[in-house]
Design a protein around this ligand. Structure first.
Ligand code: F6R
Length: 244
């Protein structure tokens, strides 16, 4: 695991955006695994800035997002489909045929998850998977305990996660969907490389547990330590509970 700790939040975001931009510029047609959530908002803004100011070309990029809430359609402003279109896809000219998120309104969620796995395989697998970390230690929506060989599936969200994500739902955790479709830990570990970003003191304790505690299904983010090509970018605050 390659650990980068920056002094400021801005530096951490720029390092993460630079990492992704470097792959896009070098490869032209990479398959990116993308994440949502507050942490990633500034990363996508930084990528949009590189597109607008430096001509970073996303026309060859294919993407697969980690997850989507069950019951929210792509036009719902609280959906991750909407988040991705408004923060990245529409701004850098990625056509919808190149972008993939699980369909939270699928009538048969199991079939949808199997089709999602198949689509990732048919794209040749994910080159770089971007990851945040949730308060429960989840990556994607892999709540504890999530076996390290788990695949894309329908999961029940922890109360703590619904509280974490309540802002988009009128600050009411009960209004946050209680289920989601998510790539599994096993799906994530198959990406060619992983890039985790965590920001701010609220993440410090869970980051320390994930990076220094026992590796196991109780903290799905601990699985990244098993990956041979994994970079973790932290700002000083999110790194503050790590041992010196
Ligand atoms: C989102 C996702 C989650 C988030 C995590 C952190 O697609 O997969 O694992 O990365 O919940 O969310 P924020 O950045 O909002 O703290």
């Amino acid at each position: 695991m390659h650990l980068i700790v920056t002094d400021t939040r801005e530096e951490a975001v720029n390092r993460a955006a630079g990492f992704i931009a470097g792959l896009v510029a070098q490869r032209g047609d990479p398959v990116l695994g993308l994440a949502t959530g507050r942490t990633m908002e500034d990363v996508y803004r930084a990528l949009v800035a590189r597109h607008e100011q430096e001509g970073l070309d996303f026309s060859g990029v294919t993407s697969f997002n980690l997850d989507e809430y069950v019951g929210l359609g792509p036009e719902d402003v609280r959906s991750y489909h909407h988040y991705m279109r408004s923060l990245l896809f529409d701004r850098v000219g990625m056509p919808s045929s190149h972008t993939h998120l699980p369909d939270g309104t699928a009538h048969d969620p199991d079939a949808e998850c199997a089709a999602y796995e198949k689509a990732i395989r048919e794209a040749g697998g994910i080159d770089l998977q971007l990851l945040g970390i949730g308060d429960t230690g989840h990556i994607g929506f892999n709540e504890p305990p999530s076996p390290f060989d788990s695949r894309t599936r329908c999961v029940r969200l922890d109360r703590q996660t619904r509280e974490q994500n309540a802002a988009m739902f009128g600050n009411d955790p009960d209004a946050v969907p209680d289920r989601a479709l998510t790539m599994g830990v096993g799906t994530i570990l198959e990406a060619d490389s992983l890039l985790m970003l965590a920001l701010g003191s609220a993440k410090a304790e869970i980051v320390a547990r994930a990076l220094e505690g026992p590796v196991g299904p109780e903290i799905s983010a601990s699985a990244i330590r098993l990956h041979p090509r994994c970079t973790v970018i932290l700002d000083a605050r999110s790194a503050s509970a790590l041992s010196p």
